[in-house]
Design a protein around this ligand. Structure first.
Ligand code: ADP
Ligand code: ZN
Ligand code: ZN
Length: 726
């Protein structure tokens, strides 16, 4: 039994007499007592005989077994076990990740196994009208069934409906209960041929390569410049899979991308498409999960955790923007959805497609070693051309609120022509710090030892590391001076200045603050497409996949930090960001321009990127990694530890560092980049090996030690395999 507790083991329970053995299956959810609670567990093995080392008297009994159709399929169970092993994470917690929240709760009702509720085709309209007035809940139920035809009683009950509501509607012949048989509906009939674009030669070659590999595992990297028509390749590559009634899983980085992507998929495929992302509520997520599980969802589009969706007849996996770091989960179970997706494709013997304009070095290295099929799209699709990137030297010229004069002039020219401008700055808020002009005091978060960010709109100082808040002081607490002023710029400030500078045009800000409300981002994106705004100011939210046909000028501010970072991945990430943001310019028929403000225009990294492009840059940077034995040429694991006292995590990690690991280098313990965060002191230890197997041997050794390590109880520690941020 896998139980959601942070222990790296399975547990044994016995069946009560009330539950016949035929009612228990591997992958099933059961309710069991654990410690002083009852929890949902997942059956991993069924044994007739007790293992020798277990005392029958100590074994507890299963309380109940859920009989609805929520059994995890064996292939998914196998995948999750592999993941638990690979990431050295407690198996019960890994299994929980694959369950939607509502199925992690005890009180999900058992259901009629194969019966589902449907809305009737012909209903009395008077009944509907009276229902809207007198029985809103019944009306809600009816509408839900109209949308998602075929929901089980267990799902409906979980969604808050009652048996009596169902009975009433059934008597009025508004809904009906039917046994579900495997869908007879042919997805092939849902392919919409008329919107299909005629492919360029480069695109066509990729689609046929994927088509030719549908019956076995193969990994395809589509390394295509921004705007080269990768999405069109995905769409056409999906056709055959869907036509043979097999499912497609599409992973995308961010929720912001989903509305656009979804509408393109919906236009092309008139088949059941379901979404999975953090913007859905628990009930909606359960529906996606269930429809995928039953084999009724033809396409599932989702973010990171959608990689665990149970799909009965999965035939193809697509990962858009494979380089995006949001595919990596950064807390508790720290998995990488791209890597798991590849594992899953291999396990099911199906193809997987990774698309990006800026491949991660991990992926590029695999492609260069011919482990993946490396497809290139070198031209932009249609009649659009690649934008030219120009570096603007700001070391020797005055800035007007962060913008150089030639930049403002170019912006003006663009706006006057009736085109749009995008200004990128990866820093939310009004200013990254405030200080006292007299005594140079800086407002710092005491829990993180980092400056507060000033959010002018809210009149607050907010710590971006722990979300701590404070009112803006009217006086310096050190010297009493009233000359407390912001230093540096964030998007809020740039937005304000641009509004003043270009009064005749409308400026809109797109960042996490301005899009917090549900539906706000979609609304703003629509306004931008309708040209209600001419200037877009935003953070990396703007970098991702958006298609703004009238943006012809992109301005990037303040990218210099990454040129001198301690993090060996900083250059890779900066290059990806720069190319992705630049890729928003000139995507339609009008040519685009990109201006990058920098203090270091001669920096070799920038020069290489601008003159030779991402691929050349990546190959050079990868050579450096290879010399240093860094990923993807070496394998890393990071052990993190934190506690209220700085000496604890350090001592804990020191005991681990002193273990004798074979074929494995150990660095640290050292303070994390954010040494203090939310009041906790943080240290880490880095393990690095030339082979993955060496690393895993070391981790196994380390886990044994931790079990008896007294310091382990005094700190919070975690393990991060293939860490992305150090
Ligand atoms: P990417 O995903 O590579 O950034 P998209 O798939 O969004 O690029 O394509 C960019 C634009 O080019 C879209 O408007 C798309 O409709 C168009 N496009 C793609 N393929 C073709 C084609 N074969 N012929 C004409 N236009 C195309
Ligand atoms: Zn002062
Ligand atoms: Zn803080």
């Amino acid at each position: 039994m896998a139980i959601p507790v942070p222990m790296r083991q399975l547990f044994t329970y016995k069946l009560p007499e009330s539950i016949p053995q035929t009612d228990i299956h591997v992958g099933q959810r059961v309710v069991v007592p654990f410690s002083h609670r009852t929890v949902i567990a997942i059956v991993i093995n069924i044994n007739q005989q007790l293992p020798d080392n277990i005392d029958i008297k100590k074994i507890k009994t299963i309380i109940s077994a859920n009989q609805e159709q929520t059994q995890l399929p064996s292939s998914l169970l196998a995948l999750l076990s592999l993941c638990a092993n690979y990431y050295q994470h407690p198996i019960g917690e890994v299994m929980q990740t694959a369950l939607p929240a509502l199925l992690r709760k005890i009180d999900t009702p058992s259901a009629l196994p194969n019966m589902q509720w449907f809305s009737c085709n012909e209903v009395n309209q008077d009944d509907i009208i009276s229902m809207t007035k007198k029985a809103p809940k019944q009306y809600q139920l009816y509408k839900l069934l109209l949308q998602h035809n075929g929901l089980s009683w267990s799902e409906l009950r979980t969604l808050g409906f009652s048996k009596s509501q169902l009975n009433t509607l059934e008597q009025k012949k508004i809904i009906v209960q039917k046994e579900v048989v495997t869908p007879t509906y042919k997805w092939q009939d849902g392919l919409n041929e008329k919107d299909k674009l005629s492919l360029s030669t480069e695109q066509a070659i990729i689609v046929s390569a994927i088509d030719n590999s549908l019956d076995h595992f193969s990994c395809h990297l589509i390394d295509g410049v921004t705007g080269s028509g990768k999405t069109e390749v995905y769409l056409q590559a999906m056709e055959q899979t869907i036509a043979s009634n097999k499912q497609v899983l599409v992973l995308v980085p961010e929720i912001g991308l989903t509305p656009q992507t979804l509408s393109r998929f919906e236009q092309r495929f008139n088949v059941p498409i379901f979404l999975h992302h953090s913007g859905l509520n628990d009930a909606e997520r359960l529906i996606t999960w269930q429809q995928a599980h039953l084999g009724c969802a033809a396409i599932v589009i989702g973010t990171r955790s959608a990689v665990f969706t149970p799909l009965q007849k999965l035939g193809l996996i697509i990962i858009d923007e494979e380089h995006d770091s949001s595919f990596k989960q950064q807390d508790s179970f720290r998995y990488h959805a791209r890597d798991i997706a590849i594992l899953r494709a291999r396990q099911l013997n199906i193809p997987i497609v990774l698309g990006t304009a800026t491949p991660s070095f991990e992926t590029l290295n695999n492609a260069l070693q011919h482990k993946y099929q490396h497809h290139k799209l070198t031209q932009r699709a249609g009649n659009s051309i690649q934008s030219k990137i120009t570096l603007i030297d700001i070391a020797n010229q005055p800035l007007n609120f962060g913008l150089a004069k030639p930049v403002l002039e170019k912006m003006n020219n663009t706006l006057v022509r009736g085109e749009q401008v995008l200004v990128f700055l990866n820093r939310r808020g009004f200013a990254p710090a405030i200080n006292c002009q007299e005594c140079h005091w800086i407002a710092q978060c005491q829990r993180c030892n980092k400056p507060y960010t000033y959010h002018k709109g809210q009149g607050l100082l907010i710590c971006h590391h722990c979300a701590g808040q404070k009112r803006l002081p009217s006086q310096c607490p050190e010297c009493g001076s009233i000359r407390v002023t912001p230093i540096g710029q964030g998007t809020e400030q740039i937005e304000q200045h641009l509004q003043e500078q270009f009064k005749q045009f409308s400026t809109i800000r797109i960042d996490r603050d301005s899009t917090r409300r549900k539906g706000e981002l979609a609304k703003i994106l629509k306004q931008v497409t309708n040209k209600e705004h001419q200037i877009l100011v935003g953070t990396q939210m703007l970098a991702k996949g958006h298609h703004f046909p009238d943006v012809t000028l992109v301005v990037m501010l303040d990218i210099d930090g990454a040129l001198f970072s301690y993090d060996f991945r900083a250059a890779e990430h900066m290059a990806q960001l720069l190319i992705q943001v630049a890729g928003r310019a000139g995507r339609a028929s009008k040519p685009g321009k990109v201006l990058v403000q920098t203090q270091y225009p001669q920096h070799p990294l920038l020069q290489d990127l601008v003159h030779n492009g991402y691929r050349h840059f990546a190959k050079q940077a990868m050579l450096e990694r290879q010399y240093a034995g860094l990923p993807p040429f070496g394998y890393q694991a990071l052990i993190r530890a934190e506690a209220n006292f700085p000496s604890y995590p350090e001592k804990f990690l020191r005991t681990i560092a002193s273990l004798n690991f074979e074929h494995c280098e150990v660095a640290g313990p050292m303070p994390a980049a954010m040494e203090k965060r939310a009041g906790k002191y943080r240290f880490h230890l880095l393990l690095q090996a030339k082979k993955r197997s060496f690393l895993h041997q070391a981790l196994a050794q380390l886990l044994v030690n931790i079990e008896n390590n007294e310091w382990a109880k005094k700190v919070r520690w975690s393990m991060d395999i293939d860490p992305l941020d150090l």
